[in-house]
Design a protein around this ligand. Structure first.
Ligand code: SF4
Length: 670
């Protein structure tokens, strides 16, 4: 098992890669992280595709991908490129190839880069279960060598580059049977192609390891880098979460997957896949890249080099933590799904407004509940407000989290209502104070959330160990010097493990934990997704708060949506929707919205909406139902990976999907 995948998990240090020249745009090395997108028009409609390419270039896409589903579409790239250049645009064009080497051989004549999917370049997918002997496997590889070599040799002659673009959803039967539908299988799939290219002395390659599941995606990229390092390879990475869908959910999933890898210093070019017009992808890419650049600047100003934290970065497992009781019906810790805390906007100065905010948020359309309300108490004059708020909320929220600078003697533990969690920042010199807080917490049946960093925890380990484990929460509201916020929590976990403390970790997406403090909810959404996502995919985090200046309802749903995006807690229908491309066989944007309208109230169902069957069955690996373009205007419906209804006219397909969900007993009325 490889051991290292990035220069530092605590500060951003960009991984050194070779520079791949993509038609004059350098990818990798010291080049900026490139942003890119893909046209969605029918490639053979040259005018429409040129118009989309121009719109993407004007929006800031530095590389533009176009699908080439057959030889005719690949041939159309010649005219597309000529017209695009004639319009004064210099951005390199990339042909996206699945299944057809002949299309790749045509496309390589016309565009600067070819993306091949190693899962289907020379393999017809039959989903066959076969036992390959070593000899049979070697024979398969020889066949692959013969099929892929002509493209490599022609790319070498013409100075083109290649992307070896592995998708979790479309691994070959050969790989599936030997390595499984796993990150390891994805890496091996790419390595087969890299080895063939290298056998011809060709190294102008970029790698991708995409999945619609950010956990799988992150694991696959980490594993790919670790394997490449072992093998002395330094290919740049193209990052993306496939089939992310649309709206805030898609932005959250992309920020979790792409943003957390960039924070670890991995990634040289990115694409955010949205089921929206493709130019909407570019501003999201830019915002994610801006944060990666800011993190890298901070990382470069530090020399911190810390020991590894206990997470296995290549295999997800939750950090084992104690169970704590927020209320009799709401426990937290690794045996539970992560809990959601929301920060009050009004605060104790207007406790009635604070109570109303929370109750309004609970009354909002989506049925998600805060499991803790966070307020600040620095002035004893507001103690009465705290008592009133606690009483007014009663059982509406399991616990009231009170961030305070008061002393234990001044803190108003008296009163009725929900449980109190005292949130207190400590420094290494606060041994006596932490002891006093531990004692009063026990006396008043309260919990204590200690806000500190790793070195402070180490200094206070003796006092912290004396507090009953069932009363303690660890958190960090600001980064340790020289580390980023995610690295600070990783170091906190390492120090906790060394001190044998199993207290749950509360992830706080605060302004202080942000790398860029831009106004607006979208900025908070990206910051929170990157920070919390990076920890959740490591298996860290038992409580989460997104402390945005937006309404309580917005901050509440953001935290739930991040947990859902990181596949840690499902509270609404999960959609896996492809971004569409020239292969798409129906209007995917309006169809996805229609499906969301009909099924959005189902809480434990995952539905895939795929424009065609290229990535369909595989990417739907963890979907319960699939709605997939089978032929123009015709839809196939899937249960899991199995197609069960074929060629349904598009106009009736949404209702037939609802029927299918009912038939399988997964339907509830709205
Ligand atoms: S699944 Fe969607 S994006 Fe992927 S090839 Fe098919 S239509 Fe294009």
């Amino acid at each position: 098992m490889p051991s290292e995948y990035c220069p530092s998990r605590h500060r951003t240090v960009r991984r050194l890669t070779r520079v791949v020249n993509v038609g004059g745009v350098g990818v990798g090395g010291d080049n900026p992280i490139r942003v890119q997108s893909m046209t969605t028009s029918d490639t053979e409609d040259v005018a429409a595709t040129v118009a989309q390419a121009i719109r993407l270039a004007e929006a800031g896409s530095e590389i533009i991908r176009i699908t080439a589903p057959n030889k005719a579409a690949a041939a159309a790239l010649k005219e597309i490129r000529a017209k695009f250049r004639a319009a004064g645009f210099t951005q390199p064009l990339v042909a996206d190839i699945h299944f057809l080497p002949a299309a790749a051989m045509e496309a390589v004549e016309h565009v600067e880069k070819i993306r091949v999917n190693p899962g289907n370049y020379a393999d017809k997918k039959k989903f066959a279960v076969l036992e390959y002997t070593d000899a049979a496997y070697a024979e398969e590889l020889e066949r692959l060598h013969a099929a892929f070599s002509p493209l490599v040799l022609r790319a070498k002659e013409l100075g083109r580059s290649l992307r070896i673009g592995t998708n979790h959803g479309s691994l070959s039967d050969r790989i599936m049977n030997r390595f499984g539908d796993s990150p390891n299988g994805m890496v091996e799939s790419a390595l087969e192609f890299i080895r063939i290219a290298e056998s011809h002395g060709f190294k102008d390659m970029v790698l991708s390891m995409k999945s619609s599941n950010p956990k799988v995606m992150v694991e696959a990229y980490r594993l790919a880098v670790a394997r490449m390092t072992e093998l002395g390879m330094d290919y740049p990475l193209h990052l993306g979460v496939t089939e992310a869908g649309e709206g805030e959910d898609a932005r959250i999933k992309s920020a979790i997957g792409i943003g957390s890898l960039l924070a670890d210093g991995l990634g040289d070019t990115i694409r955010v896949s949205l089921t929206e017009d493709p130019w909407h992808e570019i501003p999201v890419c830019r915002e994610i890249v801006r944060r990666a650049e800011a993190l890298a600047a901070l990382g470069a100003a530090s020399t911190a080099a810390l020991p590894a934290d206990p997470a296995d970065p290549f295999s997800f497992a939750r950090r084992e933590t104690e169970t704590i009781t927020l209320s009799t019906k709401c426990l937290a810790g690794s045996a539970e799904t992560p809990r959601v805390i929301v920060r009050s906007v009004a605060g104790l100065a207007d406790w009635q407004a604070a109570a109303k905010e929370l109750l309004d948020a609970h009354a909002a359309q989506r049925e998600v509940r805060a499991e803790g309300l966070l307020v600040r108490l620095d002035d004893v004059a507001h103690a009465a407000g705290l008592r009133s708020l606690r009483k007014a909320l009663g059982q509406a929220v399991p616990a009231l989290f009170v961030e305070t600078t008061l002393s234990p003697a001044d803190f108003p533990f008296d009163g009725d209502g929900c449980r109190l969690v005292v949130v207190k920042a400590f420094s290494a010199a606060d041994g006596a104070e932490i002891k006093a807080w531990g004692e009063v917490a026990v006396k008043h049946d309260a919990l204590l959330a200690v806000d500190l960093d790793g070195p402070t925890l180490t200094a206070l380990a003796k006092e912290l160990s004396a507090i009953p484990a069932s009363r303690l929460i660890l958190t960090s509201s600001q980064p340790q010097e020289g580390l980023h916020a995610t690295g600070t929590c990783r170091e906190l976990v390492r120090c906790a493990a060394a001190a044998k403390l199993k207290a749950p970790l509360w992830i706080r997406a605060t302004v202080a934990n942000s790398v860029l403090i831009d106004p607006g909810f979208q900025s908070r959404l990206l910051e929170a997704s990157i920070h919390a996502g990076g920890l959740l995919v490591d298996g860290y985090g038992d409580l989460l708060s997104c402390e945005t200046p937006a309404t309580t309802a917005k901050s509440l749903t953001l935290a739930y949506d991040i947990l859902q995006g990181a596949r840690m807690r499902q509270t609404k229908t999960e959609y896996v929707a492809c971004p569409s491309c020239g292969r798409t066989l129906f209007d995917i944007q309006s169809t996805t919205l229609k499906i969301k309208e009909r099924t959005g109230h189902l809480k434990s169902v995952t539905i895939a909406v795929m424009g065609c069957i290229v990535n369909g069955p595989g990417e739907m690996a963890d979907a319960d139902f699939g709605y997939v373009g089978g032929a123009p205007g015709k839809i196939n419906l899937y249960v899991g990976k199995t197609p069960v209804k074929f060629n349904i006219p598009q106009e009736e397909a949404v209702e037939r999907l609802v029927d299918l969900i009912k038939e399988k007993g997964k339907w509830v009325e709205a």
